[in-house]
Design a protein around this ligand. Structure first.
Ligand SMILES: NC(=O)c1ccc[n+]([C@@H]2O[C@H](COP(=O)([O-])OP(=O)(O)OC[C@H]3O[C@@H](n4cnc5c(N)ncnc54)[C@H](OP(=O)(O)O)[C@@H]3O)[C@@H](O)[C@H]2O)c1
Length: 249
């Protein structure tokens, strides 16, 4: 038996929210591991910048503007990916937003709809569409949140959306398992990204948050890469429908 590696050479990887934060870290990480990468988010210019970095590493890259909450734009993203690279091996449903309502009564219809659209509706549609172009060995990785397991009043809509993403993970794993396509979620704790710094802006608050983590620190964005590569590789060939908690303990 040969020991499986995290090598992603020759794989075609689609990353939503790939322009910054955890998505950018995974886009660059998969390219470093040998993959060709489709970088998608709403702002094309930022996706192009990441795609240029990937091309600079000698890999192929495509930048696509896509609002994942829009049914038709999800289809356009999958079509563009397949037109450029012929198939999809890995889908990283990473794009997400976490607006904070003041209270339950303060949840507007707009906040509710946008939060569900980006965190749940888009991943569901992209999973369905991408799976059509995946062969056995394909991997779908959903980026979820600890909030889905430990909701609070301030994260109520986001937590519900990510809990839905966890449910999607398990349902899709059952649907695609017979075809050899695996579906898992990375349930993230706290990572240094723009969205974290917007919700926890001061160093004092970040230190306080880190004190509740076993490893005593907030993760850097690139610390998601190893887990994502593992879930995309044969090293996790018997792992599906699983919620992998990545939170520093
Ligand atoms: N950072 C953390 O501590 C943490 C913790 C738990 C879970 N997560 C999850 O990790 C994922 C990435 O978070 P992050 O911290 O890296 O966030 P981030 O730095 O704010 O980046 C978010 C990314 O998503 C894209 N995006 C936002 N709305 C979009 C839409 N409607 N359609 C397509 N792309 C969209 C953004 O690009 P555009 O603006 O160009 O669209 C950007 O590339 C999210 O799902 C988040 O819920 C993060």
């Amino acid at each position: 038996m040969s020991i499986p590696t995290l090598d992603a050479s020759g794989k075609v990887v689609v990353v939503t929210g790939g322009s910054k934060g955890l998505g950018r870290a995974m886009a660059l990480g998969f390219a470093e591991a040998g993959a060709d990468v489709v970088v998608a988010s709403r702002k094309l210019e930022r996706c192009e910048a990441v795609a240029d970095e990937i091309r600079g590493m000698g890999r192929r890259a495509l930048a696509v503007s896509c609002h994942v909450g829009d049914w038709d734009q999800c289809a356009a993203l999958v079509d563009a990916s397949v037109a450029a690279f012929g198939r999809i091996d890995v889908l990283l449903n990473n794009a997400g937003i976490a607006p904070v309502p003041p209270s339950l009564i303060g949840v507007t219809g707009d906040l509710f709809d946008k939060t569900i659209a980006v965190n749940l509706k888009g991943p569901l549609r992209l999973t369905a569409l991408a799976a059509e172009h995946m062969a056995a060995g394909g991997s779908i990785i959903n980026v979820s949140s600890k909030a889905s397991l430990h909701p609070t009043p301030f994260t109520v809509v986001y937590a519900a959306a990510k809990a839905g993403l966890n449910a999607l993970t398990k349902a899709a794993a059952q649907e695609y398992g017979p075809r050899g396509i695996r579906v898992n979620a990375i349930v993230c704790g706290t990572f240094h990204t723009d969205s974290l710094h917007a919700s926890i802006p001061t160093e004092g608050l970040q230190v306080q948050m880190a004190s509740n983590i076993s490893l005593g620190r907030i993760a850097s964005a690139d610390e998601i890469v190893g887990t994502a590569l593992f879930l995309a590789s044969d090293a996790s060939s018997y792992l599906t429908g699983e919620l992998v908690v990545l939170d520093g303990g």
